[in-house]
Write a protein that binds this ligand. Structure first.
Ligand code: C2O
Ligand code: CU
Length: 631
């Protein structure tokens, strides 16, 4: 069973455990001892199942069970033991249960419930605050229950200053634990995480301002200067079906103007904001520009307000398929259309006969490639070399199928795959923000591209398209031919950061929320990751949640080392965005060779908005002073 499935099952069994024991208590209180016995027996089985699940999950990684092992399971074990002592014999004997026995049945239910809440709301890492609140919650609930099921105690035992009864002791302990738990919830996180490496040498505020880190001013030898100007504005744009989209656009079109360059060119882009009230920036997704050009509002530049402009400049050193998009309120801006493609072709290579740039995007719930919400049908002569540049500009993954031909996955995220082998009848699952270049020679029969099971592009005429839904996925971690890599799982890294992704209660932008969290916290309270130039850095990204998180680091391509502890084989896999599915653990690495302050976030943009975003900062570099930017 996959770790993700185990996580779901664990949730289900936890809730079932709580339900069975609470029902047993309620039924026992009503005097129906035989039914209570049955429910309690079911409850014991559920507890046993829970313990087994936790043991299996523990094998997948401590991240998946920490709070269960430290809080959920001990609470369960203690309360089950108490119930066995207090209620075991009376239940088996039949007849009315004494109040303590009834209470003990409820107690197991509270413990199971508390364990579930700790997992679901608290998550990883477990804090003292959450642990104490859980214990206080169970103790408090037990006290209230005891009060309810017991006749009032004799008057003399209620006088103030009387002997310390077991119940009063429990009350005091619960109140103390609860108060401590609440207090500890306000302890601030450290502001930086050095990942096991050296602490900062330069104070965070007194480094080189990131705004000084600008791109080169000249093209490489033989390169040209490509000058673009794009204007952000609201516009009603029709898709090819005629359907009108109330869009936010670059230059009034969907997507924005396609930017192209030849490797080595200098690209200069002037961004003007006409009337996007929330402001706009341009981030060059996957392009390792100088940090001052990165377009992260409030980090690398101030947001470009309506009426203002900003000039970007970078050298097109990376050839491949990329895209650009606003980074201001991006969960809305990108969705509504503030994005476009950036394709850089190599200077020396012969171009493909047919080279199609295919950004897949969902506008108002309608899927389109470019602005075409129907079926594209460009020309492709038999024998032509074809390159399909697939881009996912949405926040959820898309599944592609190429029917009618064998193909090669020539590039992932704008980086060439080494020795890509021929594949056929394989689906390609593209993470949000990611790109795949697919190449093939046009056969003498029709070829069709499906997106999420529907035909969206045809080459060489109409033909029957098989159902691509059942095709196995091509796994880029085990595809292509091996080549030299600068680091592996065995390398000694200067810094190693673990990011555990989950949902939970956390502060996001100063407000409490059921957030998308990294290590239990939400943006901007997640400690920044500190690196020094030249460091070898490893990320371990763990997904404890039930949703997929496309992880994206700005300014660097990362090399995938392993997934779920299994090393990647085949071609070195360099990516800028990788899908961490529920229960998965990814290990990736990069060299810190591009100084700056870089956003590091989930590219499901609503998730980033809900907290799943942090910064990676080079020692000696300072971000722009806090503005009211919202990513
Ligand atoms: Cu394409 Cu920070 O994002
Ligand atoms: Cu996410």
């Amino acid at each position: 069973m996959s770790t993700g499935q185990l996580v779901v099952l664990d949730h289900v069994v936890a809730v079932l455990t709580a339900a069975l024991w609470l029902a047993a208590g309620a039924v026992a209180a009503a005097g129906r001892t035989r039914v209570a016995l049955g429910l309690a027996a079911g409850g014991v089985l559920a507890v046993a199942g829970r313990l087994t699940l936790v043991a299996v999950l523990a094998d997948r990684g401590w991240w998946f069970v920490q709070e269960k092992v430290l809080v959920g399971v001990p609470l369960l074990v203690v309360t089950v033991a108490a119930a066995a002592v207090l209620a075991g014999r009376p239940l088996l004997r039949g007849g009315d249960l004494p109040p303590a026995a009834v209470t003990s049945l409820f107690a197991v239910g509270y413990a199971a419930l508390a364990g579930f809440v700790v997992t679901y709301v608290g998550g990883y890492p477990l804090t003292w605050s959450v642990a104490l609140l859980a214990v206080a919650g169970v103790a408090g609930a037990v006290l209230v229950t005891a009060q309810a099921v017991v006749a009032p105690p004799p008057a003399e035992r209620q006088t103030a200053g009387g002997p310390l009864t077991r119940r009063r002791f429990l009350g005091v302990a619960a109140a103390g634990a609860g108060a401590a738990g609440i207090g500890l919830a306000f302890v601030r996180a450290p502001s930086a995480d050095a990942g096991g490496g050296a602490a900062a040498v330069h104070p965070a505020e007194h480094g080189t301002p990131v705004t000084d880190l600008r791109g080169p001013t000249t093209p490489a030898a033989g390169g040209a200067v490509q000058t673009y100007s794009v204007t952000a504005r609201r516009s009603a744009v029709a898709l090819t079906s005629g359907r009108e989209i109330d869009a936010w656009t670059f230059d009034g079109r969907l997507p924005g103007p396609p930017l192209t360059a030849v490797q080595g060119d200098l690209v200069e882009v002037t961004l003007r904001n006409e009337d996007i009230d929330d402001g706009v920036t341009i981030h060059w997704h996957g392009y390792d520009v100088a940090c001052g050009e990165d377009g992260a509002p409030g980090t690398t530049q101030d947001v470009v307000a309506a009426g203002a402009e900003f000039g970007y400049r970078f050298r097109a050193d990376q050839a491949g398929t990329f895209w650009y998009h606003t980074h201001q309120v991006s969960h809305i801006g990108v969705r509504r259309g503030l994005f476009g493609t950036l394709v850089v072709t190599p200077r020396d290579a012969t171009p493909d006969d047919v080279d199609l740039v295919l950004p897949v995007h969902t506008y108002d719930g309608v899927l389109a490639i470019g602005d075409d919400d129907g079926v594209l049908a460009p020309d492709a002569a038999r024998g032509a070399s074809v390159r399909l540049r697939l881009l996912n500009t949405d926040s959820e993954p898309h599944r592609f199928g190429l029917a009618g031909t064998a193909f090669r996955l020539a590039a992932v995220d704008g980086r060439d795959v080494h020795d890509p082998g021929e594949a056929s009848e394989r689906a390609l699952r593209l993470p949000a923000g990611g790109r795949y270049d697919v190449t093939f020679a046009m056969p003498d029969r029709p070829v069709a591209l499906t997106v999420d099971g529907e035909v969206r592009l045809r080459l060489g005429g109409d033909g029957d398209v098989p159902d691509t839904g059942g095709w196995p996925e091509l796994d880029p971690l085990h595809y292509g031919g091996p080549d030299d890599v600068p680091f592996t799982l065995d390398t000694d890294y200067d810094r190693h950061f673990t990011m555990v992704l989950d949902r939970g209660a956390a502060m996001v932008d100063g407000r409490p929320a059921f957030a998308q969290t990294v290590n239990g916290r939400g943006h901007p309270s997640i400690p920044e990751q500190l690196v020094a130039e030249g460091d070898l850095v490893r990320f371990t990204v763990v997904n404890r949640s039930l949703e997929t998180h496309p992880w994206h680091l700005h300014g660097h391509g990362v090399l995938v080392l392993a997934r779920d502890g299994r090393a990647a084989t085949g071609s070195p896999l360099w990516v800028d965005t990788f899908d961490v599915r529920p229960g998965e653990v990814w290990d990736v690495a990069f060299e810190a060779a591009n100084p700056g302050v870089w956003m590091n976030h989930c590219h499901n943009l609503p998730h980033a908005e809900q907290g799943m975003m942090l910064r990676l900062r080079y020692d000696g570099v300072t971000a722009v002073a806090g503005s009211h930017a919202r990513h």
